[in-house]
Design a protein around this ligand. Structure first.
Ligand SMILES: *[C@@H]1O[C@H](CO)[C@@H](O)[C@H](O)[C@H]1NC(C)=O
Ligand SMILES: *[C@@H]1O[C@H](CO)[C@@H](O)[C@H](O)[C@H]1NC(C)=O
Ligand SMILES: *[C@@H]1O[C@H](CO)[C@@H](O)[C@H](O)[C@H]1NC(C)=O
Length: 347
């Protein structure tokens, strides 16, 4: 017979062991996108832009030959740019698809995880640009969802966070200070929806979208502070996002032991809404791209809000007119990526 005091000791010990091995994020080396092998981990998408852009997406060999991609071994970071010297015809044809640029999709796909992108620079917020860091399963859109982490168009200065799904996924009313810091623009993640919960209206293809209120989340503000760390957490229960300035990155991110509970209010959070993650999101590839014009930046409603249109509505009646004629304004339309790390939750 075991004296009860010993049993109690055993119980206490096993509890202690259990708490030491609490659930946590771990990082597999094959999920670190960085260093000289960075570009080997992505497919270069060369088809006509699925988002309708005035863009000529390049293969890896073409991009290399035109110096649109590169790895800086001294700084240990990767560069992805666009052509900024060629004047084009604005008439899009099969042989004049638009401005040369790059769209890469991770070879690996992910269902859930903590996606941490350490960026040094993102494409400048100039007329005609539409850069994005996002996740999607390109062949199964919108059934398997889309998560736009860092994105905007033209001269905008704040990043947008957006989910696109089929019907049946909504986010909560403007979550204000209770759950997220960004400002909700639309609540129904259904890509086809034109109405949302709470009697709201929204545009078709808008999805559920929120504008970051984090300082310098996009454009020249982001670049002038040396970029930032952009994070998306996708669990069985929610999707959350954060943006951290270079000096404000949590120590547990830098040490590769991320603990999201210590990071404060996310910029974006689906909790409190009505969306079953597993029904709407699966097998996503990460994407970095920079397109021009297209179904968002090139929409006349948005194009006509730009200073480039307003200063010369005759010459630049369309977004493609401007992008074709003004290559040099895209000298700063490039990504510099220190690393992307995708953590998985271990129980
Ligand atoms: C480059 O950066 C990655 C990600 O931070 C790191 O794993 C790798 O060791 C670095 N390589 C060098 C040569 O410093
Ligand atoms: C996702 O990746 C797995 C391997 O991890 C592969 O078996 C599967 O076919 C991929 N799914 C899609 C839709 O690409
Ligand atoms: C939440 O979504 C489910 C499944 O689409 C639906 O049956 C339910 O009515 C929704 N609840 C609310 C409060 O909108």
């Amino acid at each position: 017979m075991v004296p009860s005091i010993v049993k109690a000791g055993v119980v206490a010990l096993s509890l202690a062991v259990a708490s030491v091995h609490a659930a946590e994020y771990t990082l597999d080396p094959t999920d670190v996108y960085a260093g000289a092998a960075f570009f080997d981990m992505w497919n270069f998408i060369t088809e006509n832009d699925p988002t309708g852009g005035f863009v000529d997406y390049q293969s890896q060999a073409q991009a290399q030959a035109k110096s649109l991609i590169g790895f800086n071994s001294a700084k240990n970071r990767s560069f992805i740019g666009a052509d900024y010297s060629t004047v084009l015809s604005p008439i899009q044809t099969a042989t004049n698809r638009g401005r040369a640029s790059v769209r890469i999709e991770s070879k690996k796909n992910y269902t859930r995880g903590l996606f941490v992108a350490d960026l040094y620079h993102a494409p400048a917020n100039v007329c005609g640009t539409w850069p994005s860091f996002w996740t999607v399963n390109h062949e199964n859109y919108p059934e398997w969802g889309e998560i736009d982490i860092f994105e905007n168009i033209n001269e905008n200065t704040a990043s947008l966070h957006t989910l696109h799904t089929t019907a049946g996924c909504t986010v909560a009313a403007n979550q204000g200070a209770t759950r997220q810091t960004s400002t909700e623009q639309s609540y129904n993640c259904d890509d086809q929806a034109t109405t949302g919960p709470f009697g709201t209206t929204q545009s078709q293809y808008q999805g559920c979208s929120a504008t970051s209120t984090t300082a310098n989340s996009y454009g020249s503000g982001f670049n002038n502070q040396g970029g930032g760390t952009v994070v998306m957490e996708w669990s069985t229960h929610f999707i959350k996002m954060w943006t951290f300035a270079p000096g404000a990155v949590p120590a547990n991110i830098l040490s590769e032991t991320p603990d999201t509970s210590t990071w404060g209010l996310p910029s974006f959070d689906t909790e409190g809404g009505n969306c079953t993650m597993n029904d709407h999101f699966q097998a996503h590839n990460m994407v970095f791209d920079l397109t021009f014009c297209g179904t968002y930046a090139g929409q006349s409603y948005f194009w006509e809000q730009t200073s480039c249109y307003k200063n010369n509505p005759t010459a630049y009646a369309t977004c493609a007119d401007y992008v074709a004629a003004n290559p040099s304004v895209y000298a700063n339309a490039y990504w510099i990526i220190n690393s992307v790390k995708v953590y998985q939750w271990q129980y």
